[in-house]
Design a binder for this molecule. Structure first.
Ligand code: ADP
Ligand code: ZN
Ligand code: ZN
Length: 703
């Protein structure tokens, strides 16, 4: 029987799997001074092997010895060169070419001190590796720009920042002052602390963040400001840059390699003391970090959904703790986990219950059942739109499906045209005209006949933002339209252009997917229409209710920023408690319903979750690997507090031409169990060549 007592090698043997690489520990180098001109360095590399590697570093005269945390380039395999981090140094005799009979390769390059991962960031890196079950080398790329040392052409951030107005002239409201006072006490205490700023949409949260950052800078400390998506938040960026000018820089994937290096080096040298950006900004080499702001902390995009999978909000708390800094999480719709932490007094809760310069909009829930809809528009929404346009005000319409029609269906046999790679119907797009798979990107022409029965009668069914746009062109010919979705924003800078044009009043109606729900502040929008408010509720995910509540509340929050606003939710289940709570802007009721439901089912925030996903082109092989993994995990994790579910076919059982199975582990693994699981996963990955095994700690979605 396998057991948690077995180490990875024993386990591999038990299952007849290939052996794991062993950790190489040279013996005869210990005695020599580690600052020798010749060093034996142990390096963590971004390769999927759970081990470190030994190299020889014979440093050129006049250069410093390598130290732990140095970023280096080394040869790996036959031809590759990879960037890694030094995790240990020992002295080496100058003529040593091998240790314990193993030939050593030479370190190619050691980067300068700007690229060194100092003790504090190294602790964060080690935490990431342990918590998310990753080789240390795989988290290291988070801590440096993609091409260290690249020289930048032009300025530091080119047109990436959006200078504006000066400092606002208003005084903070009483609620803002209370929040700032609490934060400032924490800052002065020089102790780690976390604050949850729960403020309704437009309540002045950003102003609180900026004031606290000013205080941190005045105390000689530095700041990180995290945003969910930089392209969708030009307004917040401009406010930050207007406030801090030269001292602030943005880090994000839209910058050139050279620009990213300039920001990185500037932060390391202390020339920049506020770094703003999406989750990657969290790893900036700022010294003496005093505050980390996580704006819209509930957003899914804080979870990186590819390797290395990590959650930036959780990691922000860890980096904050290492720096004795203040971490401020802010949202109008806090994540249940964060609110639960606040209720358990792990975070200090501060509330901004009122909107600045206005009131929250009135939300009308319109029943779709039996309503005389035209292309998905109820008479109530249509009328509200006419009234809004007549008053010279703007409208946002939210529909979370892009394209023209969700599927194309045969009218004779009822089959829908499917993607050949996925178990998903293809979406019909008009511009360009084609069928597109939203999961794997497969495209094909519209079929002339039904692929199933040969009938010539096929029809598009279900809507999309393209169809909404066409409908509006026909029924609101005077209105000027803009559309914001993945199809209209493929070019760089297009988000910003569309948002800016709408803010300048160059369009009357903005139609879009989730993108329109983000933190925009459009003073002239007085109507928000949600075409299908219950669309997200049916998703087979335990967070479906939470996500729906957040989205509906956020999108409603775009209306009535400066005057009276209204919102129309069109719904098939108007009485649904999530829709009702969102319509009433009632976070408390929502969470008071949802937390006990989560508890009853043993889901976060009450128990942690880990998802093991097994995929493969061959169904049999993937299924066998999933069975084997589930068996060994289930047999080993027998203890109270842990539950292993599965394997079961995933909700989407085939995507990207791969069959998908998953296993869920509910509960918190201890350190030994994690180490053991790492070994099991590595063995499994080694033994099924056509199978991919993904592990996701604290997954944000489980399909
Ligand atoms: P949130 O981040 O909560 O959505 P913002 O900080 O963007 O809110 O504030 C919403 C609007 O109110 C902005 O235009 C901001 O300039 C303005 N504002 C913020 N604080 C005040 C204040 N104390 N007095 C007047 N206006 C304010
Ligand atoms: Zn597909
Ligand atoms: Zn047919």
């Amino acid at each position: 029987m396998p057991s948690t007592k077995m180490d990875a090698r024993e386990l591999a043997q038990y299952y007849g799997l290939p052996q794991l690489p062993w950790k190489y520990r040279p013996k005869d180098a210990r005695e020599l001074d580690p600052t020798n001109p010749c060093q034996l360095v142990e390096i963590a590399l971004p390769v999927p092997l759970d081990q470190t590697f030994s190299y020889r570093y014979a440093r050129p005269t006049e250069t410093e010895p390598a130290v732990v945390g140095d970023l280096v380039v080394v040869p790996f395999g036959r031809r590759r060169k990879v960037t890694g981090v030094v995790v240990g140094v020992q002295g080496l005799a100058a003529d040593a070419r091998e240790v314990d009979g193993v030939k050593l390769k030479d370190v190619g390059q050691v980067y300068g001190p700007e690229y060194r991962i100092g003790a504090e960031r190294m602790k964060v890196a080690r935490w990431l590796a342990d918590y998310y079950l990753l080789p240390l080398g795989e988290v290291v790329p988070l801590f440096h720009p993609p091409a260290p040392g690249t020289k930048a052409r032009g300025g530091r951030t080119a047109d990436e920042l959006y200078p504006e107005v000066d400092k606002p002239l208003f005084e903070l409201s009483a609620a803002q002052k209370t929040a700032v006072a609490a934060g400032s006490t924490h800052l002065k205490s020089q102790q780690f602390s976390a604050m949850l700023l729960h403020g309704v949409t437009g309540s002045g949260k950003t102003e609180v963040y900026l004031t606290l950052i000013e205080e941190a800078l005045a105390l000689g400390r530095t700041a990180i400001f995290l945003l969910p998506e930089i392209a969708l938040t030009p307004q917040t960026l401009s406010r930050i840059s207007a406030r801090f000018g030269e001292r602030v820089a943005a880090i994000h994937s839209g910058l050139s390699a050279g620009q990213r290096c300039l920001v990185h080096e500037g932060a390391a040298r202390g020339e920049i003391d506020v770094v703003v950006g999406p989750r990657s900004a969290l790893f900036a080499p700022l010294k003496n970090l005093g505050i980390i702001v996580v704006d819209e902390e509930h957003e899914n995009s804080y979870k990186q959904d590819e390797k290395p999978r990590y959650h930036a909000r959780h990691t922000a708390l860890v980096r904050g703790r290492e720096n004795k800094a203040l971490v401020v999480l802010g949202s109008a719709t806090p994540d249940l986990e964060s609110m639960n932490n606040a209720r358990n007094e792990r975070f200090e809760l501060l509330e901004l219950p009122e909107r600045m310069g206005g009131t929250l909009p009135l939300v009308e829930v319109v029943d779709m059942r039996g309503a005389k809809t035209v292309e998905g528009f109820t008479p109530a929404l249509t009328e509200a739109m006419h009234e809004t346009l007549a008053a010279g005000q703007q409208i946002i319409l939210y529909y979370n499906r892009r394209g023209f029609a969700r599927v194309v269906q045969c009218t004779s046999c009822g089959e829908v045209v499917m993607c050949p790679n996925c178990d998903i119907g293809l979406t019909y797009h008009l511009r360009p005209r084609r069928l597109l798979c939203h999961y794997c990107g497969h495209t094909e022409n519209l079929p002339e006949t039904c692929p199933d029965c040969g009938s010539e009668e096929t029809k598009p069914s279900g809507g999309g933002t393209e169809k909404v746009e066409l409908h509006l062109q026909a029924h609101f010919p005077e209105a000027r339209l803009l559309r914001l979705d993945r199809d209209t924003t493929t070019r760089r800078g297009s988000h910003k252009k569309i948002l800016a044009a709408f803010a300048r009043g160059e369009a009357d109606i903005l139609i879009g997917t989730q993108m329109v729900a983000k933190g925009h502040h459009f003073p002239n929008v007085s109507l928000v229409g949600v075409l299908a408010a219950d669309d997200g509720l049916g998703l087979p995910d335990f967070r479906a209710a939470e996500r729906s509540f957040q989205l509906l509340t956020q999108v409603a929050g775009r209306s009535g920023r400066t005057g009276n606003g209204r919102v129309v939710f069109q719904a098939w289940q108007p009485e649904h408690p999530v829709i009702q709570a969102a319509a009433a802007h009632d976070y408390q009721t929502f969470i008071d319903d949802e937390l006990p439901a989560r508890k009853a089912l043993g889901y976060p925030p009450h128990r942690r979750l880990m998802r093991l996903g097994v995929t493969g082109k061959k169904q049999g092989e993937a299924s066998e690997a999933a069975d084997r993994l589930a068996e060994v995990v289930r047999e080993s994790f027998i203890r109270p507090g842990l539950t292993v579910l599965g394997p079961a076919p995933a909700v989407f059982p085939r995507l990207h031409d791969r069959f998908r199975f998953q296993i869920l582990i509910k509960g918190t693994l201890n350190k030994e169990e994690k180490v053991w699981l790492r070994g099991v996963l590595a063995s499994l990955r080694g033994s099924y060549r056509g199978v991919d095994v993904v592990h996701d700690v604290d997954p944000v979605s489980v399909y």
